[in-house]
Design a protein around this ligand. Structure first.
Ligand code: A2P
Length: 286
């Protein structure tokens, strides 16, 4: 279950409902500001720690201090380790700047130009041996960034996963192919098209969902599984949390219909913060 945009208040109940319904993977991030409530819900669920898979993420202003940042996350989550720790974005931001999204006087992002994500990875990979996380990965990495990381002479552990925006309007076929060839699992965030989704009412999606007698959300989640990605639908509504858990086996023919949607309509990226002059996304991933 995804928890971006789920407030502290909402997410406690949402995680409890999710765990009671059978979810076992909870995805959060330091930047979501909800780790504390998620930690309380996990504790109150009474479910054994080793049955639950928890992911959290390193924020950009903490690229120079992932150990300390992870320890802070663990304290909030009330856990002694997470299962997966991701570098949230490949962009180091000034750790002494103004807030979570520090800016320069000209309004541009205050990027930590003396640092880069290779150095961040060098520190991140140490956290596995220290037992603070079972595995490490990245998020919002393009093929270009992944190639740079995999070619680093100091690489000891490959990222196990790359969490990126994935849905039929942004299937990122080339990124999926590259990740698969290199043994990196892609995880789909915003799989339903995020808040106010237009994909859920897309004609092709609605027609295919009607044909298969499922909801558009179930179709999109099933498609993500059909193409071998991990899928992280977000909801704070109990009925949706429960229904998002049931999926169907898509035939290759139906899967290909959704695979081809963006070629007709063009790619749409719903999560696209301004990181300039750092270039995060790359059209070559489509
Ligand atoms: P809510 O959290 O209010 O239930 P994504 O996973 O792509 O980020 O999409 C999350 C958005 O989709 C949220 O606004 C969420 O609303 C909504 N959503 C989640 N599950 C469903 C569903 N089964 N049907 C319709 N909308 C859903």
């Amino acid at each position: 279950m995804g928890t971006w945009k789920s407030s502290e208040k909402e997410v406690y109940d949402a995680v409890l409902v999710a765990l009671k319904s059978g979810y076992r993977h909870i995805d959060t991030a330091a930047a979501y500001g909800n780790e504390d409530a998620i930690g309380r819900a996990i504790e109150d669920s009474g479910i054994e720690r080793n049955e639950i898979f928890v992911t959290t993420k390193l924020w950009c202003t903490d690229h120079r201090r992932p150990r300390e940042a992870l320890k802070e996350s663990l304290r909030k989550l009330r856990l002694s380790f997470v299962d997966l720790y991701l570098m949230h974005w490949p962009v180091p931001l000034n750790p002494n700047g103004n807030g979570y999204f520090p800016t320069l006087p000209n309004g541009k992002r205050d990027i930590d130009t003396e640092w880069d994500f290779i150095k961040t990875w060098d520190l991140l990979q140490e956290l596995v041996a220290e037992g603070l996380t079972k595995s490490v990965g990245v998020s919002n990495f393009s093929v270009k960034s992944l190639k740079k990381l995999l070619a680093s002479p100091s690489l000891k552990i490959k990222p196990v996963a790359n969490q990126v925006e994935l849905h039929p309007y942004l299937p990122q076929h080339k990124l999926l192919k590259y990740a698969t060839e290199n043994g990196i699992l892609l995880e789909a965030y915003s799989p339903l098209g995020s808040t106010g989704s237009t994909i859920l009412s897309d004609d092709t999606v609605v027609k295919l969902a009607e044909k298969l007698k499922v909801s558009p959300a179930t179709l999109l989640i099933s498609w993500a599984v059909w193409r071998n990605t991990v899928v992280l639908p977000k909801s704070v509504t109990p009925s949706r949390i429960e229904s998002n858990l049931s999926i169907i086996d898509l035939s290759d023919e139906d899967g290909e219909i959704l695979n081809g949607l963006s070629a007709k309509k063009g790619n749409v990226r719903f999560v696209d913060p301004d990181w300039s002059p750092f270039v995060v996304f790359d059209d070559d991933d489509y």
